[in-house]
Design a protein around this ligand. Structure first.
Ligand SMILES: NC(=O)c1ccc[n+]([C@@H]2O[C@H](COP(=O)([O-])OP(=O)(O)OC[C@H]3O[C@@H](n4cnc5c(N)ncnc54)[C@H](OP(=O)(O)O)[C@@H]3O)[C@@H](O)[C@H]2O)c1
Length: 257
């Protein structure tokens, strides 16, 4: 396996999870931290940033916060960043959410990086139709993090973006690693997952997370959860041994049925 810039790690997503529920955020963050999680993804879009900041409290210095700027105007973007500085102190990974006004935001984000208040600048989008624009953004050489969907049923990012990220040395964070969530309540049977057990996979969620992390181009997956027991289960997928091509194909076949 080739060396990765960052990872492979299981982080925590926070879309539609905590809202303003600080106690819920604390329970989930305590579980993820105890399980070794150090990467937390959020956004002004999710309404979870402040709760996450409060929940991270004692763990903040050991954690990597990946949040986003989701703003059509510079004023709004700067106001979002001011809030983030209050909640997180510093932002290790600042991503332009869904490419919104990315060319306008880049200069001030780069100034903040120069000043040390931002670590890396990234860019995200969830929709395959936006991937050519994501590729154009990456080719500027001004982003060092890419966040896209990648799961057995959503592999559009593997066509152009993952090879491009590899070529440019860009860190890749995978959103929606659990794919079509309708399959989660009725997962494949234990016997179907049996060939994956020697790879440390006990559950369907772990099979999907390990499927993504076993691609050497992937640095992190960020499953979202409100349940501490799911956070612990997910974190366990972040350790080797990694799946080989046959096991990854098995996960793809099971995802399709
Ligand atoms: N444009 C963007 O930048 C963008 C777009 C989409 C997503 N994202 C980021 O990516 C993150 C992940 O994407 P996502 O929230 O769409 O989907 P996801 O993480 O693939 O799935 C979250 C769902 O999976 C369930 N789940 C988590 N762990 C589980 C487990 N072990 N067993 C069974 N169910 C489990 C959760 O329910 P429970 O609460 O019951 O566990 C929740 O309903 C987001 O939170 C966000 O941070 C970014």
């Amino acid at each position: 396996m080739e060396e990765r810039a960052f990872g492979p790690v299981v982080g925590l997503g926070s879309s539609r999870t905590f809202d303003a529920d600080v106690e819920l955020a604390r329970r989930v963050v305590d579980a993820t931290h105890d399980s070794g999680c150090r990467l937390y993804d959020t956004s002004p879009m999710y309404g979870s940033e402040e709760a996450l900041g409060l929940a991270l409290g004692p763990y903040r210095s050991e954690s990597v916060v990946a949040t986003k700027i989701w703003a059509g105007s510079l004023e709004e973007g700067r106001a979002q960043f001011e809030n983030q500085l209050r909640w997180f102190g510093r932002v290790e990974i600042e991503q332009v959410h869904n490419l919104v006004s990315w060319e306008a935001h880049l200069p001030w984000l780069e100034q903040e990086r120069e000043a040390g208040r931002i670590g890396r600048i990234g860019v995200t989008h969830w929709q395959a139709s936006a991937f050519p624009e994501l590729a154009r953004a990456l080719r500027t050489g001004r982003f060092s993090v890419l966040q896209v969907p990648y799961n057995p049923l959503e592999q559009d990012s593997a066509r152009e973006l993952l090879p491009l990220a590899e070529e440019l040395g860009v860190v890749v964070i995978v959103m929606r690693p659990l794919g079509d969530k309708s399959r989660l309540p009725s997962p494949p049977r234990a016997a179907e997952l049996a060939p994956l057990r020697e790879f440390g996979v006990e559950t369907w969620a772990q099979a999907l997370l390990k499927w993504a992390l076993s691609d050497y181009r992937i640095d992190a997956v960020i499953p979202a959860t409100r349940r501490p027991e799911h956070a612990r289960e997910n974190a366990a997928a972040g350790a080797p041994p990694w799946l080989g091509p046959d096991e990854r194909k098995l996960v793809e076949r099971l995802a399709e049925t």
